[in-house]
Design a protein around this ligand. Structure first.
Ligand SMILES: [Zn+2]
Length: 286
């Protein structure tokens, strides 16, 4: 478990998976071995010596202004999913967050960067055959645009993840819908970053002159810094997703803001710097 201190805000990264099990075709189809091996800075952290993408599913635990926030809740346990490595998982996420001092009863807010199954899983846990809120004292924040989309979507090929991981929060009266940009604490802002999903957000954390930005799936893999035009097959609107990514990189290059990529493998964060005619992730001191 590792993390970062951003001014007065503390961020802890809790990893559920980190491996090469998600192939380029599913993550970023243009990121073939042939295409990524020439991008030398991706090794050794983000691609294997064979050019396979290394990716991670993780949550961020944030303490800010006396509030406890969980950003993205990974895959969860006991959930039926068609992706084999996502199906009926039995991970130790709850032990990990307790070890980090983040008992689930102590969490004030749960923020999902978007409503996909690898970002909402631990919203709920199965207790006596029923899906109960994992964080019973938290407000769960979903963007109105993402909920409008998911609520009306056909049951996904990825399983009825709305039914087991999102709808139970509405039933429990713990869900709040909001429109980004939304200021959550004096330091934490939920910023509209649309495209991957209709209401996709990133999370800006600013404190004492220091800053971090959590990308969500606006960027899936660091190779998209070298090639912002490479897209995810899961983008709701690929054109908008690409524009959002390109604008973000323009805005944040050389900014000194620590960029935390929601599926980036360890060390998971770095600074956007120029590299020839594009960008790379500088992970020194990250
Ligand atoms: Zn994702």
């Amino acid at each position: 478990m590792h993390g970062w201190q951003i001014g007065d805000s503390k961020i802890i990264r809790v990893v559920e998976t980190e491996d090469t099990s998600m192939p380029a075709e599913a993550l970023v189809p243009d990121a073939t071995a042939e295409n990524v091996l020439p991008i030398k800075w991706l090794q050794p952290h983000f691609i294997s010596p064979e050019g396979e993408l290394i990716s991670s599913v993780f949550a961020l635990l944030v303490e800010s202004c006396g509030k406890r926030i969980v950003i993205d809740t990974c895959l969860g346990n006991d959930k039926e999913r068609i992706v084999p490595q996502w199906n009926m998982r039995q991970g130790d996420f709850l032990n990990q967050i307790a070890t980090a001092g983040f008992d689930r009863e102590s969490v004030d807010y749960v923020v999902c960067t978007h409503l996909h199954p690898d970002h909402v899983g631990w919203n709920t846990m199965r207790v006596n055959g029923e899906w109960q809120p994992t964080f019973p004292n938290a407000r769960y924040l979903f963007t109105q645009a993402d909920w409008d989309w998911l609520d009306n979507a056909a049951v996904s090929a990825l399983g009825d993840y709305a039914g087991d991981s999102v709808r139970p929060l509405f039933a429990a009266g713990l869900a709040d819908l909001y429109a980004p940009d939304h200021q959550l604490t004096d330091e934490v802002r939920l910023v509209s970053m649309p495209g991957h999903s209709p209401g996709h957000i990133g999370v800006s954390i600013r404190s004492q002159g220091e800053s971090a930005f959590v990308t969500g799936d606006m960027i899936h893999h660091p190779c998209q810094l070298a090639h912002p035009e490479w897209r995810s097959p899961f983008d709701f609107d690929g054109n908008t997703a690409q524009k959002t990514r390109e604008q973000f990189l323009k805005d944040y290059v050389g900014s000194g803001t620590l960029v935390i990529g929601s599926h980036f493998a360890t060390p998971a964060a770095g600074y956007v710097v120029t590299d020839n005619h594009s960008y790379k992730l500088d992970i020194e001191n990250s």
